[in-house]
Ligand binder design. Structure first.
Ligand code: SAM
Ligand code: SF4
Length: 470
């Protein structure tokens, strides 16, 4: 999400005459786009600000700005810190950046952290930063209305609002024409995407006609509209909320081969009481029911998740239910975190962060160890199968080294393995698994059919059978 926001900022500043640079010593303006989701994310930003301050000491004319969630949360406090910050801009105020930067250049520090009920930056064509030229993110909504007890997002990014579908489809078309082959539709809770089109009252236009005569485009319809741009454009999305993931979305995924068969469905905990304290609005049975619906409607669809270890009041038994749910769901991948209390959230105000740090760490380690086993099992099950892979670029490691890691060959032996004229390339399956393979003649953006021959815990290793369609 922050990448997508930085791309909007790059576009706004581009219009004002600025260009991105990779070299901090060349920059007239340094902007850091921040996340507040966990305390360690904020700690990293404070570290970065130290670096920017030393740059500003050498070149006092440089303007330093803090953007995003941390700007929204800390507001003027950032200007008052000793970090030499000039501007503080919340996630809904990026259009104001050129004016704020200009006034900072004249010596006036400035803050705009107003949240909006309408801003979606719908008309802005993001400048793709550090892109691989194959995959791009498209923001389809902003903010969140869910108020999960542990989460700072509703406070830092404001209320949920959906972006007009025509602007999303247009952006996806432009991306496809520019050569990209994959879009990821982004929102905190994509399943609650909703656009009421009043101007089409009474007519059925790519959506459902309500009793009042206005048409509503929900996430399933939007997904179908983007998928229909071209069969060669892969469509992904994130994040799905278990309480809102509908069968209609799953059926739309089944209808379109180019909608990737992967759902990121954060569970957070496997225990219903913990989920209630978290205010997640579903219980263990509901979550497992959604996983069953995915497996029924989309056999073979990958499911990944987010898990929080050591939330307020979590007992050993409650923790063990997270482990048992993980096994039952058989997650392909997970992001796993220790609970980190965030000021101002419901949990910080009403619940006690009472699981000792040592216990949180141990529980997180148990969750990570189990997920490693599940990830290995999910990859081993792919050996022998053929997958359509979208090529993203050269692999960071040569294939012989990836194989060595798997077989624990010593470093000296590694040096002796000869690489041939082939290049090791990487891409992803529809289920979002990384595959590396050697080839002479494919380029980023190509689709290839790859047979998986072996796997490490993180990567599938394969051989190209043929280009797709040949
Ligand atoms: N909107 C998504 C959802 O509902 O699952 C995820 C949003 S959040 C940016 C990404 C993940 O960070 C969450 O799914 C949760 O696991 C984790 N997270 C959020 N707040 C946290 C906190 N206070 N401590 C630890 N992890 C947290
Ligand atoms: Fe945070 Fe919950 Fe909204 Fe996700 S759904 S952003 S976890 S409040």
């Amino acid at each position: 999400m922050n990448v997508a926001d930085s791309e909007v900022v790059a576009s706004i500043m581009g219009e004002a005459g600025y260009q991105p640079t990779k070299n901090i010593h060349d920059a007239d303006l340094i902007l850091v786009n921040t996340c507040s989701i966990r305390e360690n994310a904020e700690q990293r930003v404070w570290g970065r600000l130290d670096l920017f301050r030393s740059e500003k000491r050498k070149r006092p004319q440089v303007v330093v700005g803090v953007l995003g969630c941390m700007a929204e949360r800390l507001k003027e406090k950032l200007l008052e810190s000793d970090k030499m910050v000039d501007i503080v801009v919340g996630p809904d105020a990026y259009r104001d950046l050129p004016m704020l930067v200009a006034s900072a250049g004249e010596g006036h520090k400035a803050v705009n952290v107003l949240l909006s009920r309408e801003e979606t930056y719908a008309d802005i064509s993001p400048v793709r930063l550090e892109s691989n030229g194959v995959s791009a993110f498209i923001s389809i909504m902003r903010g969140c209305n869910n108020m999960c007890a542990y989460c700072v997002v509703p406070y830092t990014r404001g209320a949920e609002r959906s972006r007009e579908p025509a602007t999303i489809v247009r952006e996806a078309q432009e991306i496809f024409i520019a050569g990209y082959r994959e879009v990821t539709l982004l929102g905190q809770n994509v399943d609650s995407y909703s656009w009421i089109n009043q101007s089409t009252a009474g007519r059925e236009v790519e959506g459902n006609v309500s009793a009042k005569g206005s048409s509503n485009i929900g996430f399933a319809q939007l997904l179908g509209m983007v998928a229909e741009i071209d069969p060669l454009l892969r469509v992904r999305f994130s994040t799905s909320h278990p309480k809102d993931l509908s069968d209609e979305v799953l059926e739309t995924m089944a209808l379109h081969e180019n909608i990737c068969k992967h759902i990121h469905l954060p569970v957070q905990s496997g225990n219903s009481q913990v989920l209630e304290r978290m205010n997640r609005k579903y219980d263990r049975e509901w979550y497992l029911g959604r996983v069953k619906a995915i497996n029924t409607i989309l056999p073979g669809c990958a499911v990944s998740t987010d898990i929080i270890a050591g939330f307020c009041g979590e007992t050993e038994e409650e923790h063990s239910e997270t482990l048992s749910l993980m096994k039952e769901a058989g997650f392909d991948f997970a992001y796993m975190f220790k609970y980190s209390e965030r000021p101002g959230t419901k949990a910080a105000r009403h619940l006690s962060d009472d699981v000792p740090e040592k216990v949180k760490t141990r529980r997180l380690n148990e969750i990570i160890a189990l997920q490693n086993e599940l990830s290995v099992a999910s990859k081993k099950a792919d050996i022998g199968k053929v997958f359509e892979v979208l090529v993203e670029g050269k692999a960071r490691k040569n294939i012989s080294i990836v194989r060595d890691v798997e077989s624990n060959i010593s470093a000296t032996d590694k040096m002796q393995i000869k690489s041939d004229n082939h290049t090791t390339m990487m891409g992803r399956t529809s289920g979002n698994k990384v595959v590396v393979f050697q080839t002479q003649d494919v380029k980023p953006g190509d689709y290839v059919m790859v047979r998986v021959t072996s796997a490490t815990s993180a990567t599938l290793i394969g051989e190209v059978e043929r280009l797709k369609g040949l």
